[in-house]
Design a protein around this ligand. Structure first.
Ligand SMILES: [Zn+2]
Length: 352
């Protein structure tokens, strides 16, 4: 123990340390604070380990094995048969007015001529139909009268029935006027029937579709008959067109039911138009005819080229792959198949 004197103990810690505390008369044992040599180890609070949850793209459902149902576009080569339908006296502008809904529906997928197809210059039933099926003008097929007397003989030249028969395909002709027998020789029509009235036509046609055919010609007489009696574009004329259209609907349905529709080339046309109660006048309404083509390879479109009724035989021959005849006045409507129209009518091919 040291007695506290007047003089303080030397300050061995220097001025940086506080003096030893004293109490009067005593020196309080005191341990100077240790020199702080502590190494400060900073305490880092580690950042929480972030568990990264990557944002993955949504799990993609693997593609199902895609088996495309390839419906091949039917090509012209798929044409197995041809059906020509003539609505006697049908004016193209009557189709919508009648209306003829089945024909209008078919036109949506057809190549059709709105107002630019005409018949020959003698727009009578027998001569016009002869041009339609023979590809020839009146002076060449020789059907110069609108009546048939046996001594006149049949339509001359090579007509579409001659070609089809020669090719060995089954030919059918169902007409509503017996004078149309003149259009093709009996030996070239495997089945021929005269059926009067729209319902009778249906009864005659359906079994022939069921039996299948290579070439069929169907003739509806109603428009012409009512036109002569009541006037073209009259209510009665329109009414019989609707009846014919209904039968057309059943014919198309029968083709579908018998699995023939997709391989059938269909051409719907007329022999002439008409006005008032007549169709052999000078008005364009007498000469204009509808021309509507439907079937494999046909490109739906409005045809703008100038066409004639003789083109029907030529186009049907082309569609069926039958040989085109050099002396034909008709030209195939290649454009209907989306092909270049390499040959056109520069002017009327007929003298009459
Ligand atoms: Zn006629």
């Amino acid at each position: 123990m040291f007695l506290a004197g007047c003089s303080p103990l030397p300050n061995i810690w220097g001025n940086s340390l506080p003096p030893a505390p004293t109490v009067e008369g005593y020196v309080i044992p005191w341990t100077p604070p240790a020199t702080n040599t502590a190494t400060i180890t900073p305490t880092f609070t580690p950042l929480p380990t972030k568990t990264l949850t990557p944002t993955l793209p949504p799990t993609l459902t693997p593609r199902a094995t895609f088996t495309a149902t390839v419906v091949p576009t039917p090509a012209k080569k798929d044409i197995a048969r041809a059906l020509i339908i003539s609505f006697d006296g049908l004016r193209p502008d009557a189709i919508e007015l009648a209306p003829m809904p089945n024909l209008m529906e078919l036109m949506k997928t057809s190549a059709y001529s709105p107002l630019n197809t005409r018949t020959i210059d003698y727009p009578a039933t027998s001569p016009s139909h002869a041009s339609m099926l023979s590809g020839l003008c009146i002076e060449d097929h020789g059907v110069i009268y609108n009546k048939f007397f046996m001594y006149m003989g049949y339509s001359k030249g090579v007509d579409i029935f001659d070609l089809a028969h020669e090719a060995g395909i089954r030919t059918v002709m169902i007409v509503s006027k017996d004078k149309l027998r003149q259009l093709a020789e009996p030996e070239t029509t495997d089945y021929y029937e005269v059926a009067y009235g729209e319902p009778a036509i249906e009864r005659a046609v359906i079994p022939q579709i069921e039996e299948d055919f290579g070439l069929m010609f169907i003739h509806f007489a109603g428009g012409d008959t009512r036109g002569h009696k009541y006037g073209w574009m009259s209510g009665e004329y329109m009414k019989v067109l609707r009846q014919g259209d209904e039968v057309l609907g059943h014919i198309l349905q029968s083709l579908k039911d018998n699995d023939l529709f997709d391989t059938t080339f269909i051409l719907i046309t007329a022999d002439h138009g008409g006005h008032d109660r007549n169709h052999i006048g000078t008005l364009i309404e007498d000469y204009r005819i509808p021309w509507i083509a439907h079937g494999p390879g046909v490109v739906p479109q409005e045809l703008t080229l100038s066409m004639y009724t003789m083109d029907t035989a030529a186009t049907v021959a082309y569609a069926l792959g039958l040989p085109l005849q050099d002396d034909w006045d008709g030209i195939p409507v290649y454009q209907a198949f989306g092909e270049p129209q390499t040959k056109i009518h520069e002017k009327s091919p007929c003298k009459y």
